[in-house]
Design a protein around this ligand. Structure first.
Ligand code: ITT
Ligand code: NA
Length: 181
């Protein structure tokens, strides 16, 4: 079985491959408008939009990093915030803040001739006090998942992919795909 994953983020593809194993992923990039909305809205719109063009079963994935003490910021602005103030900026905003709770959320939009299905996953944890590890991408070097004392950036893709938001969402997708055959 194979599925198209429409994304410009190669790290997501590597993680999806680590998680899905026997389901082959074909990565292509199709520019699709990212509406300002919830992860669910972005994933649903993007999946439909890309399906209209490709006409083959495909997924898109919209994800974000939500910091409790910042009322969920950067959330749906995660990409822009990462590219502007970055991890150092987030740590500055949290200087002296004791509530370090944060979570990652992933929403996969799957689309085929029957329409869209969404699959989501969340991983809870904490913002570290410093940038640690160079193995991940994005906010990985400042996120410590619950039950660990290392950041995703220190843990690396195999360990991260055992507990990540992406793991949970892709597991649901996998069950759905395997039921179809
Ligand atoms: P697409 O082409 O798939 O949209 P993207 O990089 O724009 O790729 P998202 O909009 O889903 O991806 O994610 C927004 C940002 O959130 C992303 O650029 C990262 O900085 C961050 N992010 C998402 N998932 C992450 C993860 O697992 N670990 C660390 N940061 C992550
Ligand atoms: Na995106």
């Amino acid at each position: 079985m194979e599925i198209y994953f429409i994304t410009g983020n190669i790290n997501k593809v590597r993680e999806a491959e680590t998680i899905l194993k026997d389901i082959k992923i074909k990565n292509i990039k199709i520019e699709y408008p990212e509406l300002q909305g919830t992860l669910e809205e972005v994933a649903e719109f993007g999946a439909k939009y890309c399906y209209e063009r490709l006409k083959k079963p495909l997924i898109v994935e919209d994800s974000g990093f939500f910091v409790e003490a910042l009322k969920g910021f950067p959330g749906t602005y995660s990409r822009f915030v990462y590219e502007t103030i970055g991890n150092e900026g987030i740590l500055k905003l949290l200087k002296g803040v004791s509530d370090r709770r944060a979570y990652f959320k992933s929403v996969i939009g799957y689309c085929d001739e029957n329409g869209v299905q969404l699959f989501s996953g969340v991983v809870k944890g904490y913002v570290s006090s410093e940038i640690r590890g160079d193995k991940g991408f994005g906010y990985d070097p400042i996120f410590i998942p619950e039950g660990y004392d290392k950041t995703f950036g220190e843990l690396g893709i195999e360990e991260k992919s055992k507990v990540s938001h992406r793991r949970k969402a892709f597991e649901k997708l996998r069950e759905f795909l395997l039921k179809k055959i």
